[in-house]
Ligand binder design. Structure first.
Ligand SMILES: [Mn+2]
Length: 219
């Protein structure tokens, strides 16, 4: 028996499957202009967590930084809005545009894990986020933020921001406060948990092999 020939036959039988196609960066850009605001968002879901946020609302910039850094998303958000009135339009329109950019970056949602969840602590605060890139916009939100303002940011706007993301990315999102006392901690824990849940949901599932993660075949 020729050992070398036999070995080559074995190698032939256990031949390595072809490598999956190289994933192109899932990046998108959306510009949205209204009479109230001008918002430009670009992101790369397969980034390293860099953030350039200039919305004119310092606390919102700080929260966008959490999404990028803990979601490992490269994020660039530039907004010029009618802040002379208040932060409402700019906050909402940044959420809308970010939602649209996320939807564009996941495309038909093929190959993604689809579901994501995380519980983030920040000192005494503990917030759970569960999300499903379902194509079905739904927000459940129970944050109890004691203070009306964090810096100059009206804490009422947190819900508005997530609502805008949900409606324009078409995701199901549950944000549940388990513990918390400090307003800044509660909101920041929510954004951190959202970022990690988002990272899990948009992660490519190699066993999914580019198929759409739904028994309906469509999301
Ligand atoms: Mn902070």
């Amino acid at each position: 028996m020729n050992d070398k020939l036999e070995l080559m036959e074995i190698i032939d039988r256990v031949s390595i499957p072809p490598a999956p196609p190289v994933q192109v960066a899932r990046a998108a850009f959306v510009k949205r202009t209204t009479l109230e605001t001008d918002v430009n968002v670009s992101l790369n879901l397969d980034g390293s967590g860099t953030c350039k946020a200039a919305t004119g609302i310092p606390f919102l910039d700080h929260m966008l930084d959490q999404i990028a850094s803990h979601g490992l998303i490269d994020l660039d958000v530039q907004a010029i809005g009618d802040l002379a009135i208040d932060d409402h339009h700019t906050n909402e329109d940044v959420g809308i545009t970010l939602g649209q950019t996320l939807a564009k970056a996941v495309g038909d949602r093929s190959g993604i894990s689809r579901f994501g969840h995380f519980i983030a602590p920040l000192d005494e605060a503990l917030v759970e986020v569960v999300l499903d890139f379902s194509g079905r916009p739904h927000l459940s939100y129970n944050l109890q933020i004691p203070n009306q303002r964090i810096g100059t940011y009206d804490t009422e706007l947190v819900r508005e921001f997530f609502s805008a993301i949900v409606n324009h990315s078409q995701m199901t999102l549950h944000i549940r406060q388990l513990q918390g006392g400090n307003s800044h901690h509660i909101v920041e824990a929510a954004f951190k948990a959202f970022a990690r849940a988002l990272r899990m949901a948009v992660a490519i599932d190699p066993r999914r092999a580019s198929r759409i993660p739904s028994s309906k075949g469509v999301l």
